[in-house]
Design a protein around this ligand. Structure first.
Ligand code: PXP
Length: 244
């Protein structure tokens, strides 16, 4: 069975946009756990645009399901990850100008640096280390050489397809990559852009996926599924006790 980890970065994005204390990503993470999520993902970006250092400490304290700490290879962020010791560290590329992670890490070009980082994380007691990787055999081979335990297949290109033909091609690419990673003894995770519309075809076509990491689609949908109760509660307050 595939497990579901929920990425709560965008709860922090909303909080930070109003420079408020709420919505609190830790409170929402706990609600995700209660709703059945198998774990929580956060990305501590170098520019701290959403999740902040204090959030990381609180998530570590409060989350009892699996905690996945996404981070770049920047050594100061890796220091924090080594200190926090999440269940899983997922290494991703990071560019300051990007709106969200745009693709897999270049395991070929950064083989030495990634190997060193994977070693550091393992030595610090982080049990599992994943690399976020494009569905490409050369990248997967290089990922296996770094000593990483897991690869998270980048599904962003699949999420962006327009035509049926593009969708089939993209799913074939992901399926081949998943099989190849499995042959290399890498555990397969997947994520980026997976949503309520594209997940079914992904599940039906891509084998060996042990875990998926989904954020934006779930946080965005919670606005729709939660708005009725939120309005009803405020309406009750605004109407006052005499309205019954
Ligand atoms: N996996 C990785 C490595 C990511 O960087 C992200 C986005 O932060 C996700 C999964 C989740 O993507 P989305 O928010 O589109 O579901």
């Amino acid at each position: 069975m595939t497990t579901l980890l929920i990425n709560i970065d965008h709860v922090a994005t909303l909080r930070n946009a109003r420079r408020e204390r709420f919505p609190d990503p830790v409170v929402i993470a706990l609600a995700c756990e209660r709703a059945g999520a198998d774990g929580i993902v956060f990305h501590l970006r170098e520019d701290r645009r959403h999740i902040k250092d204090a959030d990381v400490r609180r998530l570590k304290q409060k989350i009892h399901s699996k905690l996945d700490f996404e981070c770049s290879l920047a050594s100061d962020v890796i220091d924090i990850c080594c200190d926090v010791k999440p269940d899983l560290a997922t290494l991703v590329p990071e560019r300051r100008e990007e709106i969200t992670t745009e693709g897999g890490i270049d395991a070929i070009g950064n083989r030495k640096r990634i190997t060193h980082t994977v070693d550091r994380l393992h030595a610090a007691g982080v049990k599992k280390v994943a690399l976020f990787i494009d569905p490409n055999q050369d990248q997967l081979r290089a990922a296996a050489d770094t000593g990483a335990d897991i690869i998270e297949l980048h599904t962003g290109d699949y999420a962006n397809v327009v035509t049926e033909m593009e969708s089939i091609q993209s799913l074939n690419l992901l399926a081949d990559a998943a099989r190849f990673a499995h042959e290399l003894n890498l555990v397969v995770h997947a994520g980026h852009g997976l949503d309520y519309d594209n997940y079914e075809a992904f599940r039906a076509n891509v084998p060996f996926v042990a875990e998926v990491s989904i954020g934006f689609a779930v946080i965005a949908r919670s606005l729709l599924t939660g708005i009725t109760v939120a309005v009803q509660e405020m309406k009750f307050l605004v109407s006052g006790p005499d309205s019954e």
